[in-house]
Design a protein around this ligand. Structure first.
Ligand SMILES: Nc1ncnc2c1ncn2[C@@H]1O[C@H](COP(=O)(O)OP(=O)(O)OP(=O)(O)O)[C@@H](O)[C@H]1O
Length: 222
């Protein structure tokens, strides 16, 4: 589902970020670990086709990221990638339902009330559909953002620092939710984090489990 070969990226004038090769199968989980500034968000942006590889290539759902054009990239991303950003970016002017409906609209999809209900129900936030984001707890808001991320049945879910600013209990719940949702959707899950609790949690829980990989993004090439 995701494979990289000699992938590297350099922001104008900055140091070259080089990434070790990985091969992640459909439905597998990849943990991207690394210190702040090591390049995790860059890797995610490359996987989402928001940046184009400087060197080497990355293939996501059979698509070469190097060959992905800017215009075609938007349509490809909308249906292939579910993104859970660190800041959830829910529109405060819209209800929970409105946020999901807008995601369908922005992806050029026809309105599908059945799918919105299904996605909210799967994350157990259907009862909150008429609320505005300001009326949600942090955990509820994250569930809504996750429902939105999986709304178009993406094959890949990218989560950027999903436990930032969460206490231990909420962090564990958030990771369990991500894993369960990815499994339910049959999606490949990539979690980027510098939170050692996440690495500890996933590695103890999933070490030896088929389909779990951990990639350390470091600075050893700089
Ligand atoms: N738009 C940009 N222009 C120039 N340099 C950038 C840009 N974005 C990131 N960088 C640099 O690229 C490197 C990798 O950044 P990146 O955000 O990918 O790291 P990260 O591991 O996700 O960090 P964090 O955990 O703090 O989010 C850093 O040195 C950063 O300063």
């Amino acid at each position: 589902m995701i494979s990289t070969r000699q992938l590297a990226y350099r922001y104008g004038g900055g140091p070259e970020l080089r990434f070790e090769d990985v091969d992640v199968a459909q439905g597998d989980v990849l943990l991207l670990r690394g210190a702040s500034g090591s390049g995790k968000s860059t890797w995610l942006a490359l996987a989402a086709g928001l940046l184009s590889p400087g060197e080497g290539d990355m293939s996501v759902a059979g698509q070469s990221m190097k060959a992905l054009g800017k215009v075609a990239g938007d349509a490809w991303r909308a249906t292939t990638i579910g993104f859970l950003p660190q800041r959830l970016h829910l529109s405060s002017a819209l209800t929970v339902h409105g946020n999901l409906a807008m995601a369908q609209w922005a992806a050029g999809q026809p309105p599908d009330e059945g799918r919105i209900d299904q996605a909210l129900a799967a994350l157990d936030v259907q009862a909150l559909a008429r609320r505005k984001p300001a009326q949600l707890s942090g955990g509820q808001a994250q569930r809504v953002a996750l429902a939105r991320a999986v709304l178009l049945k993406p094959r890949v879910i990218l989560a950027d620092e999903p436990t930032a600013s969460l206490d231990d209990e909420a962090a564990t719940a958030s990771l369990e939710l991500l894993q369960a949702t990815a499994r339910h959707e049959g999606a490949t899950l990539v979690i980027a984090t510098h939170d050692s609790r996440v690495a500890g949690f996933l590695e103890t829980r999933m070490d030896g489990e088929k389909g779990f990989q951990s990639l350390l993004i470091g600075r050893k090439w700089l």
